[in-house]
Design a binder for this molecule. Sequence first.
Ligand SMILES: Cc1cc2nc3c(=O)[nH]c(=O)nc-3n(C[C@H](O)[C@H](O)[C@H](O)COP(=O)(O)O)c2cc1C
Length: 184
Amino acid sequence: MARYLIGMTGASGSAYGVDFLRRCPGEKFLVLSDWARQVLHTETGLKPSDLDAHAKRTFADTDLSAPFSSGSNRYDAFVVIPCSVSTLAKIAVGIADTLITRAAQVALKERMRMVLCVRETPLSTIALENCLKLSREGVVIMPISPPWYAGPESLDDLVAGFTGKVLALLGERTGRGWRQEELE
Ligand SMILES: Cc1cc2nc3c(=O)[nH]c(=O)nc-3n(C[C@H](O)[C@H](O)[C@H](O)COP(=O)(O)O)c2cc1C
């Protein structure tokens, strides 16, 4: 069974993090930043504890002694969804003062898979440079940008269109590919 570490930060788009957490199979560990907790409530009405049922365990972002602060505990991927440009910047310069940013430094040094679903628009030159720097380190920069080619009919469809792309990237195939019937 695949093991995933999932971080949610205070960027807009909590619904993407919630949907990804719900749909992602495997063993899931969750960390929410302080601002993720606030934005989650503002945007979805959910409390952080409402997400506990979807994760094997939730760790506090202040808990720098949590298992994923160490490279001795491995996983298949660390997905930050949504990822603020603040967390992006911290990761890019090596700041590790929260569990999310510490786990990101561990992922970088241990060459473990990391996917940052950045949500901001427009993007400053600083944010773009941070994305480029981390992309060159092998991090997948996956701006929250839902596809429309599957014909979404609701907000849920639109959200699932993006989270499905993240799941597909991880090898957890969901839904059908574009013109997939031509391959059958
Ligand atoms: C309602 C709301 C929406 C926000 N949306 C974004 C956003 O889309 N992108 C972003 O980078 N920051 C956004 N922010 C600002 C971040 O929450 C803020 O920079 C925070 O310090 C991020 O900290 P964190 O990355 O540790 O969660 C938003 C804040 C609020 C209150």
